[in-house]
Design a protein around this ligand. Structure first.
Ligand code: FE2
Length: 371
């Protein structure tokens, strides 16, 4: 049985200049980058490349509308390499542009287009969260279907992931917070996934430790303390990406999607809103599986008893981002059943990785508890 796979070559550069020189970026390259990142780091370094300011196609989580807007503008360009520099949104979108057939993107997600990778793909994260640079998954909000869907195929792996801590220096604290919490939850969900194994768990555990130790420093010294930790967190989020790319994420992600889609809550924050509700339920349903190892490991880092970890982790994470109830996001109680229905019918890919199978009653009960 397959245990572990990593197709992507991982490179690290201290500075953007070193990356541009080593990769000889220029003619034949299609670069997705925000205007601000381009001006600050890439201007003068990428002569001859086609540069697309992806921000002009929308902000927030990736949608089918963004993909179609970009497709319309670039479909006549000729390029051999796609280079995406940014957060999870543009990394996920860029993966699609390494394929021969991109549009209509809803058809691509519904398996109606042939998936053929024809371009080289280089992904350069500017947040410490999604791990998208090392996974074969692209998540899109399909606006016509009112849900997020993931497309996960071999062809979506990047050829190269490039880690450049310099690019995270300007990341505002809020984005640092939501992206790193997302990475922490990737590490935790992949650890308790039934697909986890010794290879994936090694990456999960190391990612958890780096992120939580960083949070302890930030809780003590304040937001600016993160600036010396960016390189570590970039590695941690890539580790978490490797772990969940192999073992999968689960109910926390599945249940956060309706919240993110309906109320535009940032992905990492939506995950945090759901996280302890799911794990406290897992703990009740099966206190004797891999959650034992997780709780002991977290207890050691948090200096608490294993039975206190979910309270303690919340106390620590509240220094990074305040936990809100679903009600505080504007969710109405009657929507919880709709959310549950969406999770049960559209998020089977993720729900298959739950530590304990969760039926619609459990999902609704968790939502109600978080309401
Ligand atoms: Fe995530």
């Amino acid at each position: 049985m397959k245990q572990f796979y990593l197709k992507t070559k991982i490179c690290e550069f201290e500075k953007v200049k070193g990356f541009c020189e080593a990769f000889k970026i220029g003619k034949g390259d299609l670069i997705f980058v925000s205007n601000a990142t381009y001006e600050n780091y890439f201007a003068g370094e990428v002569e001859g490349a086609s540069v697309i300011n992806y921000r002009k196609y929308g902000s927030g989580e990736p949608t089918d509308l963004m993909v179609e807007g970009i497709y319309k503008d670039i479909k006549d360009l000729s390029y051999n390499r796609v280079i995406a520099i940014g957060g999870g949104t543009i990394l996920d979108i860029a993966k699609l542009f390494a394929l021969e057939n991109v549009s209509p993107v809803v058809d691509l997600y519904e398996g109606k287009l042939e998936i053929v990778k024809t371009k080289q793909l280089i992904l350069v994260p500017t947040t410490c969260g999604t791990g998208s640079e090392v996974t074969n998954i692209s998540i899109l909000e399909l606006t016509t279907k009112h849900t997020k869907m993931g497309l996960a195929v071999e062809e979506l792996y990047a050829d190269t992931a490039v880690l450049i801590p310099e690019l995270l220096e300007g990341l505002p604290f809020k984005f640092f917070a939501t992206s790193s919490i997302d990475a922490l939850i990737h590490a935790i969900e992949s650890f308790t996934s039934p697909k986890a194994n010794e290879f994936t768990k090694m990456f999960s555990l190391k990612a958890m430790k780096i992120i939580l130790e960083a949070y302890k420093i930030i809780a003590k010294e304040g937001e600016d303390a993160r600036k010396t930790l960016l390189g570590d967190l970039l590695i941690a989020s890539t580790f978490a990406g490797i772990a969940f790319g192999n073992a999968g994420c689960a109910a926390v992600h599945a249940m956060s999607y309706p919240l993110g889609a309906a109320y535009h809550v940032p992905h990492g924050e939506a995950n945090y809103a759901i996280f302890t509700g799911v794990y406290k339920t897992y703990q009740i349903l099966n206190p004797n599986g891999s959650i034992v190892g997780l709780n002991h490991y977290l207890a050691e880092i948090l200096a608490c008893q294993p039975e206190e970890v979910y309270e303690e982790i919340e106390k620590l994470l509240n220094h990074i981002i305040p936990k809100k109830s679903l009600r505080e996001y504007g969710v109405k109680e009657e929507e919880l059943e709709v959310f549950t229905e969406t999770v049960m019918t559209k998020q089977g890919r993720l729900m298959a990785n739950n530590y304990v199978p969760l039926d619609s009653n459990y999902v609704l009960t968790i939502y109600k508890g978080l309401y």
